[in-house]
Design a protein around this ligand. Structure first.
Ligand SMILES: [Zn+2]
Length: 284
C-alpha cells in the first residue's frame, strides 16, 4: 500500500517529467476506475499538465483550464510514466493519459483481481470540495506545528488506528505507523489523549524524522521512473521474529484480518507480549 513517502516520490518524479507536457488523448479501460462523468474524460485532450502533486495518500494532476485529476492508488494501484503505449490487452490498465509529441503514456495500473484504485476528473474548485480531499487532516509530513499536532492526538483512541485515520492526520498507513510508534517508543494500544507532553513530542519528531528519512532514501535510490515495488526502508514493520535494531529484543506481531502490526515489546509495551488474535483464534 503506497503511503505518504511512496506517493510523494511518485508525485515528484511525475512532476519532473510531465509538468508542461500536453495531453494528446485519454482512455479509461478500467470501467470502474473513473468515478466521475462530468466533465467528460476527453475534456483533458489537448490540454497542458501544469504539475503533479500529493495530498495525503492521493495524487493530484493539475491540468490547464482549471481541471484536476484526483487519483487514489488504494492498495495495489500505481501511477507510472511509460515510454511506450500500453497494449490494449493489458488488463492492469485503469486510466491512460497519452502525452503529445511521442509515445509516452501516463498509466494508472492496478495489480491483482480487485478493482479499487480510482480517479476523478474534477473542476479545480470541485476538487477542494471533494469529500476525499475536504475531510483530510493536515499532512503528517512535514509534521504540523506541535500545538496543532497535540490537539489532533487528543482523542481517546488507540494510537495505531488514530494515526491511520486520514481525517486526523493524512498520509500514514499500516506500514509507516509501525515505524513511527517504534521510533517514538510508544505502544500501539496507548490512547492519544493519555500521552504526556514528552510522548507527544517524540511522536511529533518521529513524523518528521521517519517520513523525512524515507523520502531521502527514495530520492537516493529511485531514478527517473518509480518501480512497481518500492524499496521501503522499514525497520520493524513485517519484521516479526527478527531482532529489534535498537535493543535486540525479538520483534512481535499481532495479526488482524488484513494487516499485521509489529512492535518491540521491550521498548514499546513495557516488556509485555500482547495477545495475537490470529493465534488465539487458532487455539479456540
Ligand atoms: Zn527494541
Amino acid at each position: 500500500m503506497p503511503e505518504l513517502p511512496e506517493v510523494e516520490i511518485t508525485a515528484r518524479r511525475l512532476d519532473e517529467a510531465l509538468a508542461g507536457a500536453e495531453i494528446e488523448s485519454t482512455m479509461a479501460p478500467g470501467i470502474n476506475a473513473l468515478k466521475t462523468f462530468a466533465p467528460p474524460l476527453h475534456a483533458l485532450d489537448g490540454r497542458t499538465i501544469e504539475g503533479i502533486r500529493r495530498r495525503g495518500k492521493h495524487l493530484v494532476i493539475d491540468v490547464a483550464g482549471e481541471l484536476a485529476v484526483l487519483v487514489h492508488l488504494m492498495s495495489a494501484g500505481r501511477l507510472q510514466l511509460y515510454d511506450k503505449r500500453a497494449s490494449l490487452r493489458d488488463r492492469t490498465s485503469r486510466l491512460l493519459i497519452r502525452i503529445a509529441g511521442g509515445e509516452r503514456e501516463l498509466r494508472l495500473r492496478e495489480f491483482g483481481t480487485q478493482q479499487r484504485a480510482w480517479a476523478k476528473l474534477l473542476a479545480a474548485e470541485a476538487l477542494r470540495a471533494d469529500d476525499a480531499v475536504a475531510t483530510l487532516g493536515p499532512d503528517a509530513y512535514p509534521a504540523p506545528p506541535m500545538d496543532e499536532f497535540s490537539r489532533l492526538l487528543d482523542q481517546p483512541r488507540h494510537l495505531h488506528p488514530l494515526l491511520r485515520d486520514q481525517r486526523t492526520i493524512a498520509g500514514i498507513g499500516r506500514s509507516w505507523v509501525d515505524e513511527l510508534l517504534w521510533t517514538a517508543r510508544l505502544s500501539p494500544f496507548q490512547k492519544g489523549s493519555e500521552l504526556d507532553g514528552d510522548a507527544r513530542e517524540r511522536l511529533h519528531a518521529a513524523c518528521d524524522d521517519v517520513l523525512g528519512a524515507a523520502l531521502e532514501h527514495y530520492e537516493q535510490v529511485i531514478g527517473d521512473k518509480v518501480p512497481d515495488k518500492l524499496p521501503m526502508p522499514l525497520q520493524v514493520h513485517r519484521r516479526a521474529g527478527e531482532d529489534c535494531p535498537r535493543c535486540g529484543a525479538t520483534i512481535q506481531a499481532i495479526h488482524f484480518k488484513d494487516y499485521v502490526m509489529c512492535y518491540c515489546p521491550e521498548e514499546q509495551t513495557g516488556g509485555r507480549v500482547l495477545k495475537d488474535r490470529r493465534l488465539s483464534r487458532l487455539l479456540k
